[in-house]
Design a protein around this ligand. Structure first.
Ligand code: SAM
Length: 216
């Protein structure tokens, strides 16, 4: 089952006991939009983007590590504090976006820090195949399918504290993994549910209360 709530992730995590989730796969705001010259998909509302592009604080990371046994955290290169949590950081993950070298403002890769004691890995998937985006920082379903295949096992409880477009929810549904996720923006929450419904017409969607969506 996929459970998606429209709320702040600190509120969501406060309801769960220590180590409840097997694996957190999270993609927090990197906090760089207002600081650096970077590429971006300007078909999106950049004012809205700049409002939420605020790096999470230490309390967020403490809570994330409390409720989950393992973590994959996109933007690991922007969160220096993560690298000090352990004596060594073995299992980082790279998404090679197959971006031409000549596009100076666009990153050719994204990095995820992980708590996993596994060899570091590279997933190669062209960013240009990530079509029909509904969110400015949408990660491909294929990337999440690969992460789940490599790092999750049947029966695992997955956590996503920054759902965005809902692509991780789609990958979890296909992989038959239980996901608990939240998104603070009502607009993105609604768009994510609509995308899940469009991409997976067979799902049954219910709203037991406002701002809470169950997908089976
Ligand atoms: C980098 S994007 C995630 C993109 C997502 N991985 C995807 O593939 O579409 C971060 C998302 O976190 C949301 N967000 C920011 N702060 C949040 C918070 N405190 N609680 C829940 N969601 C939050 C933003 O609205 C944004 O949609």
């Amino acid at each position: 089952m996929i459970t998606i709530s429209n709320e702040d992730n600190m509120t969501l995590m406060s309801r769960y006991p220590d180590q409840y989730f097997d694996l957190a796969i999270v993609d927090p705001p990197y906090g760089i939009l207002n600081k650096t010259k970077r590429g971006g998909d300007y078909k999106f509302n950049m004012k809205e983007y700049s409002q939420w592009d605020i790096k999470p604080n230490q309390a967020y990371f403490d809570e994330l590590f409390r409720v989950s046994k393992n973590q994959i955290i996109w933007g690991g290169n922007y969160f220096g504090e993560l690298w000090l949590r352990s004596e060594y950081n073995k299992g980082f993950i790279i998404w090679d976006k197959n971006q031409p070298e000549t596009l100076n403002n666009f990153a050719m890769a994204e990095m995820a820090w992980s708590s996993l004691d596994k060899p570091s890995k590279i997933f190669r998937f062209s960013v240009r195949k990530n079509r029909n985006k509904i969110h400015p920082t949408q990660k491909p379903i294929e990337l999440y399918q690969w992460l789940l295949k490599m790092y999750a096992k049947q029966g695992d409880k997955i956590l996503d504290t920054h759902l965005g477009s809902g692509t991780l929810a789609i990958a979890c549904y296909i992989a038959k993994l239980e996901l608990t996720a939240c998104e603070i923006s009502e607009n993105y929450f609604q768009q994510a549910v609509e995308k899940i419904q469009a991409d997976l017409p067979e799902v049954s969607i219910s709203y037991p209360q406002s701002g809470l969506c169950l997908i089976k």
